[in-house]
Design a protein around this ligand. Structure first.
Ligand code: SF4
Length: 298
């Protein structure tokens, strides 16, 4: 999910035998292909072959990846942004991840070899990998192989998803997933439709399924003045989160304008041109509102 992450930071470079400067990317200004250089030169593959390999999951379309701490799950994480998304969130700060064709073709084995390089730092910090996007479940077979491969390496796994394509997650994928960051973009169906262009129910259904499996969830909600901050909407999100016992925290992420230039450079109409970020007081109020529902809020 390309949702605002104002608190993100890259990790200090402490492990020189494992990490190099080229491994680090600015967290909120991701460029297409960031971190993927050298991970596959597949331009000469026939289109049909490429699609077949994407269907079986040996090849994926990857926008970029980065190493971050304090976001996208516990510890230091390698967050991998897969290309393609069925949603059209008005506040998306990486709209270049929406189209799968914008990604770089990457071999699953090459990516797993890269992941393996960071095992030490994952172990030291309690981190792991986070599969994000775009929408990770646009490429379920590729995601499944990454999750399985990471598990076999003893690496913590996390999915960051809107849940809209939750039905595409197999039981094996869920068995290989330690944590899900589930974006509940609005609690009122009409507002959800307005924000994303899609229907809310699939997200609730996926959360119910995760809960039935006892998979830990962090619910994420982006607070956008004039769009998602209506008290009725806040309460509706809270009631959805309340139904999931395996939800351990709810994160309120303040909207920001860091993605504005990308919309422009892609020639896409940006509806939130004049929307200001919420004040910290307003963010605190909303967090307190969620807490009044008995939720653990960050
Ligand atoms: S459009 Fe897709 S990538 Fe962008 S914020 Fe929404 S779910 Fe995330």
């Amino acid at each position: 999910m390309s949702i605002p992450t104002l608190i993100s930071s890259t990790i200090p470079i402490a492990d020189h035998e494992v990490l190099g400067d080229q491994d680090f990317q600015a967290p909120t200004a991701r460029l297409r292909g960031a971190g993927t250089a050298g991970l596959g030169e597949l331009d000469d593959l026939e289109r049909g072959d490429r699609l077949a390999r994407m269907r079986e999951g040996t090849l994926g379309s990857v926008h970029s990846w980065e190493l971050v701490t304090a976001v996208d799950g516990p510890g230091t994480r390698m967050t991998i942004f897969l290309s393609g998304c069925p949603l059209r969130c008005l506040y998306c700060h990486n709209p270049d991840t929406m189209q799968m064709r914008n990604g770089e073709p990457i071999e699953v084995d090459e990516l797993l070899a890269r992941i393996k390089r960071y095992r030490k730092i994952f172990r030291r910090t309690g981190g792991g990998i986070t599969l994000s996007g775009g929408e990770v479940l646009m490429q379920p077979a590729f995601a499944a192989r990454l999750l399985r491969g990471a598990r076999e390496l003893g690496i913590n796994t996390c999915l960051d998803t809107s849940g809209f394509l939750g039905a595409a997650a197999t039981e094996q994928m869920l068995a290989d997933t330690d944590l899900v960051l589930l974006d509940v973009k609005s609690g009122i169906p009409e507002t959800y439709q307005k924000v994303t262009g899609r229907a809310l129910q699939s997200t609730i259904d996926f959360g119910d399924r995760l809960d039935a499996h006892g998979i830990e969830m962090w619910v994420r909600f982006v607070l956008v003045p004039g769009l998602t901050d209506d008290p009725e909407n806040i309460d509706a999100v809270a009631r959805i989160a309340q139904r999931w016992e395996s939800m351990s925290r709810l994160e309120v992420l303040p909207f920001h304008q860091m993605g504005r230039d990308k919309w422009k450079s892609l020639g896409m109409a940006y509806a939130l041109e004049k929307t200001l970020p919420p004040s910290m007081e307003r963010v605190d109020e909303v967090r307190d509102r969620f807490r009044s529902f008995g939720l653990t809020v960050h």
